[in-house]
Design a protein around this ligand. Sequence first.
Ligand SMILES: Cc1cc2nc3c(=O)[nH]c(=O)nc-3n(C[C@H](O)[C@H](O)[C@H](O)COP(=O)(O)O)c2cc1C
Length: 123
Amino acid sequence: MNTVIYYFTGTGNSLKVAKDLSQYTEDTAIIQIRQEKLSHQLFTDAKTIGFVVPTIFKGIPKLVNQFINHLVIKDQSPYIFAVSTHGDRNGMGIVSKQFEELLAKKGFHYQHTLLYKCRKIRL
Ligand SMILES: Cc1cc2nc3c(=O)[nH]c(=O)nc-3n(C[C@H](O)[C@H](O)[C@H](O)COP(=O)(O)O)c2cc1C
């Protein structure tokens, strides 16, 4: 699998964004970030890794934090991007910094973050 997009969603916006993005990437798997996945070995050998998550109280959801900490990234230099959907124009808080720190702890650096202000998306 060349590309994996991990998403977390409460009201569907981040899933919609993940699906839209997957139209522009090859051989892509879209995988939901779920609690029960933390009890399994989590790894990816994808060359492109994306995270699409909502901004919750000016940061990334706690489960996303745990998931990224748990995830084993096998490729030595994957292309990593992060998208944070949010509702309030100035509400992104520390999302970018959190992604940077989480990935840096794993020895990686992300290439792009995108903050995506969502109106209510009709699925
Ligand atoms: C509990 C909660 C907290 C939120 N906190 C913020 C916030 O701090 N800043 C912001 O811009 N949007 C905030 N939002 C809005 C969400 O980030 C936005 O609606 C997002 O698109 C939801 O994505 P989802 O549909 O994938 O869950 C919050 C939404 C909820 C439900």
